[in-house]
Design a protein around this ligand. Structure first.
Ligand SMILES: [Fe+2]
Length: 178
């Protein structure tokens, strides 16, 4: 790997680090703010996800350091450099948070997959790390989506755009079910 290629990998990992740190905080926010009859299921489902994402954060930061970069883990840098909005749902029913979390997971998975494509041929070690993350991130999205799915495999959030709309769509669909 040339120095320029290494610099590009470090640059792309910088945003992956922010995204994973953001996800770990957001999952805890949901863990604390979920209410309603499905509280305990969602509350308890999320802590193992937080733990797994925190270890992805650590591995990503240490990969940046291994490549000669300086991993930035401060909240100010995260908020200033991220390309997405803060999670928008506060205290809410489980189904609303799950609809919104599905959108959060889609965003991070899409960007992780783009980073996998970008490291193809230049850094198979970083690529392998990102693929390993994706295996868990996609599994966790399935856990979330299983709550939103009908027996026919249709997602209640449908084509809702953005996490607030997805959360509302999931609530509407749950109300329509007998
Ligand atoms: Fe807790």
């Amino acid at each position: 790997m040339t120095e320029a290629e290494g610099g590009k990998v470090i640059e792309s990992l910088r945003l992956r680090l922010h995204a994973l740190n953001d996800l770990a905080l957001t999952l805890k926010h949901v863990h604390w703010n979920v209410v309603g009859p499905h509280f305990i299921a969602v509350h308890e489902m999320l802590d193992p996800q937080v733990e797994a994402v925190r270890s992805m954060v650590d591995a990503t930061a240490e990969r940046i350091a291994t490549l000669g970069g300086s991993p930035t883990g401060t909240p100010g840098a995260l908020a200033a450099e991220r390309t997405w909005e803060d999670y928008s749902v506060g205290r809410a029913q489980a189904i609303e948070h799950l609809g919104a979390l599905d959108v959060v997971y889609s965003g991070i998975i899409e960007d992780h997959r783009a980073a996998v494509a970008a490291t193809e041929g230049t850094d198979p070690v970083t690529q392998d790390l990102l693929i390993e993350h994706l295996r868990s991130l996609e599994l966790f999205q399935w856990f979330v989506r299983a709550h939103l799915e009908s027996a026919g495999g249709k997602l209640s959030t449908g084509s809702a755009d953005g996490e607030s709309a997805a959360g509302r769509a999931a609530v509407d669909q749950a109300r329509r079910q007998p």
